[in-house]
Design a protein around this ligand. Structure first.
Ligand code: ADP
Length: 243
């Protein structure tokens, strides 16, 4: 079998340079019944996030008298991938839900809302690698839209090693045939990256490649952060005009 070349003449299969994100589209407040919502596209990923709360906890025994509990559900629609995906949670989505929840818990001011719950649902309508990062970006914006008090915003992006090169925001082909994949989520506060709230890796990278990947991810995250901010501000400007 002929080897699939993922990089040719310094460009990736979709024409991007190594340090370029896929096109991103963000719409805020798209669902009437949710307290906060966000539709987001990151390349061919299409996801919808809905936030409810702070609200009463059901079942009641899960309530924490000292702070709000945060729940996060990452769910792939059966039609979101090439082969139909069996509906419902599987090991992968349970794990992604857990680490994503932990990333967002670090910014939500849960101590302000004891005995209550913040529920975050993210539905993947179309998946194309980096779906966990797209979901976190959408969830973060939906939390702002819901007016949940937060210490910052979470912005997420992956880097990959592809044909020996470190690239930003890998798409499906790069994820499948690349040598490594490393998703990050950063906490951004006052316009600056403050900390890392999620970091995973599969594959193989040298110490220098990891360092290079981190720098590239930070650059990508700042670009995504600007788009998240713009989308939020656009919604509030439009609301003011309508009043
Ligand atoms: P991420 O989407 O966050 O990169 P993975 O690296 O696990 O997560 O998955 C990469 C891509 O593989 C997904 O975006 C999706 O397109 C595809 N994929 C993941 N799980 C399944 C599944 N159960 N069935 C079909 N395709 C899947």
């Amino acid at each position: 079998m002929e080897e699939l070349k993922l990089i040719m003449d310094g460009k990736r299969l979709d024409g991007r340079g190594f340090d370029e994100l896929r096109p991103i589209k963000i719409e805020v407040g798209v669902l009437k019944r949710a307290d906060g919502s966000c539709y987001l596209e990151m390349g061919r990923n299409k996801v919808m996030a809905a936030v409810y709360g702070p609200r009463e906890v059901h079942p009641k025994h899960l309530a924490d008298p000292s702070k709000a509990i945060v729940r996060y559900r990452y769910n792939m629609a059966p039609f979101s991938v090439e082969e139909r995906k069996r509906p419902g949670p599987d090991r992968r989505s349970v794990e992604i839900s857990k680490v994503s929840r932990e990333a967002l818990e670090t910014i939500i001011m849960t101590e302000m809302f004891p005995r209550s719950a913040v529920d975050i649902f993210v539905e993947i309508l179309q998946a194309d690698a980096g779906s966990r990062t797209a979901c976190l970006n959408a969830a973060s914006v939906a939390l702002v839209d819901a007016g949940i008090p937060m210490k910052g915003i979470v912005t997420s992006v992956a880097v990959a090693k592809v044909d020996g090169q470190i690239v930003l925001d890998p798409m499906k082909e790069e994820d499948n045939y690349g040598e490594a994949d490393m998703p990050f989520a950063f906490v951004i506060r006052n316009g600056k990256i403050e900390s890392i709230a999620l970091l995973q890796m599969d594959g193989n990278m040298t110490r220098d490649e990891v360092k290079q990947g981190l720098e590239l991810a930070k650059k990508g995250a700042m670009e995504i952060y600007q788009l998240q901010r713009e989308a939020i501000m656009k919604k509030y400007r439009t609301e003011e005009e309508e009043e």
